[in-house]
Design a protein around this ligand. Structure first.
Ligand SMILES: NC(=O)c1ccc[n+]([C@@H]2O[C@H](COP(=O)([O-])OP(=O)(O)OC[C@H]3O[C@@H](n4cnc5c(N)ncnc54)[C@H](OP(=O)(O)O)[C@@H]3O)[C@@H](O)[C@H]2O)c1
Length: 242
């Protein structure tokens, strides 16, 4: 049920065509936010946007952009306009499971570009406007393997460690500006990425993206302090349906 907590806010959500990003976009729209969705697959992104509009949400815009490309990141920021809430959610797993020493350099760099460099670059382009306005929220999506390395998780784990370090540094830089940075670890969630990472797992044992949006809404609504790190699993209200 909506309490309109994000009315008047504009949220840019990366990786919003499916999975966790689509769930977060829907939760934000229900709370009254205008949302800008982005991903690389145009038809799928348009379908996600259409679905949101059909649910009577506020302004919903879709911008196709490949976050590996600096020019596309620039165009995305230009098209989004002033952003109150930036959710750096888009992510790729790369080759996994695989030992680090077997990863080709281009695979390692590809993961780092989407999961880390794009996060930094969107922050670099969007946070100055937030600071000027004296408010704003950056939500960076991390992972359990961003705080404890695990065999086989390769470049993905390295990229998420970088996101954790970037977020801690940003939160310290933001002290006293009115802008906040919050890290969220979704925990295992029923999405394409999880199925790719753990093909033998029964997806029905996992929460769906819609089940884990509460910490995202709380962070976006300014209920969470700058520098916080949240585990979405701690916010689950109902047992996972099976
Ligand atoms: N699912 C889990 O269990 C889990 C657990 C911990 C952390 N996470 C994190 O949660 C976030 C979302 O994961 P998910 O499971 O929802 O993943 P997902 O279902 O695979 O969705 C990934 C999203 O990122 C977009 N994307 C991928 N490459 C992109 C690129 N180069 N440029 C722009 N967009 C791109 C995809 O859209 P296109 O394919 O159209 O580009 C898609 O919308 C990720 O940061 C992930 O690391 C997930």
């Amino acid at each position: 049920m909506s309490s309109g907590r994000l009315r008047g806010k504009t949220a840019l959500i990366t990786g919003a065509s499916r999975g966790i990003g689509a769930g977060v976009a829907r939760a934000f729209a229900i709370e009254g936010a205008s949302v800008v969705l982005t991903a690389t697959d145009g038809p799928r992104l348009d379908a996600a946007a259409r679905q949101l509009r059909a649910h009577g949400a506020g302004l919903v815009r879709a911008v196709v952009a490949d976050l590996r490309d600096p020019r596309e990141r620039r165009r995305l920021v230009d098209m989004a306009g002033p952003v109150d809430i930036l959710v750096n959610n888009a992510g790729v797993l790369g080759l996994a499971p695989e030992a680090l020493w077997r990863l080709p350099v281009d695979v390692f760099e590809g993961v780092m570009h989407v999961n880390t460099t794009a996060v930094f670059d969107l922050i670099r382009q969007i946070v100055p406007g937030m600071i000027e306005r004296g408010s704003g929220t950056v939500i960076n999506v991390s992972s359990s393997v961003g705080v404890k390395g695990r065999a086989g998780w390769g470049a993905y784990a390295v990229s998420k460690f970088a996101v954790e370090g970037l977020s801690q540094t940003l939160a310290a830089d933001l002290h006293g500006t009115g802008v906040r940075c919050v890290v969220i670890n979704p925990g295992g969630t029923r999405t394409d990425m999880r199925a790719q990472a753990k093909p033998d797992e029964d997806p029905l044992t996992l929460p769906q993206p819609a089940d884990i949006t509460a910490p995202f809404v709380a962070a976006a609504a300014a209920d969470i302090a700058n520098g916080a790190r949240l585990d979405a699993r701690d916010w689950l209200v109902a047992p996972v349906a099976s």
